[in-house]
Design a protein around this ligand. Sequence first.
Ligand code: CTP
Ligand code: CA
Length: 228
Amino acid sequence: REILLPQSLLLNKKILITAGPTQEAIDPVRYISNHSSGKMGLSIANEAARRGAQVTLVLGPTALNAAHPAIKPVNVTSAEEMYLAAADHHKQADVAIFSAAVADYRPEKPAAEKIKKDQANYTIPLVKNPDIAQSLGAIKRPNQYHIGFALETDEGYGSAKKKLKSKNLDFIVLNSLLDPEAGFQKDTNKATLIFKSKEEIKTPVITKEALAKIILDHLESLMGTTET
Ligand code: CTP
Ligand code: CA
């Protein structure tokens, strides 16, 4: 007799994941960025690939690399490049997971030459970057699933709920930097999953690999309840 293993609902599904930081050029040698390592997004990419999904990983500059053959990496530098790459792959995607730490602003006009220190003060005009999760959330199809993240320096509940709504997400994963185990460059995380349905789930302190499994388990259960 054959033993039938339960099949993942992610088998052969196309998943778009944004991950890592973005870099916004100030001049040819300098940029604005943040401390994102891309670990969380990469953990999700690996776990989704293990479950049989075809993953496109739109990845900002990071030392980390995708290892699984089912992950197609698309390397980008700036938020605008990340937006264009993500929008392109979103058309075919069944699921989009926005884990990137996208720079909210970029220098309006990067200097063509290295900026000299010959002024007492120097001000860089900044303009807003595209909001990838929000723009793609606005064109999300009924059969697509979107997941976002919110990293907050305070407890962060109110703003995570606003982001869930304004970005048209199915759920958002809230991390608070108040928590010493969570956040940038760490191997562990502690999160609250807040769903469109108002349901909330708190995880204990766990590894980013374990959190990736929890996130994809919840995605699969959403897919299982909304698919016929
Ligand atoms: N995000 C995005 N594009 C941006 C900014 C954010 O796709 N330009 C996504 C992130 O990947 C994350 C979610 O939106 O999934 C929330 O990001 P966050 O920085 O917490 O929120 P913002 O909307 O940028 O608001 P703020 O930084 O002012 O809190
Ligand atoms: Ca932001």
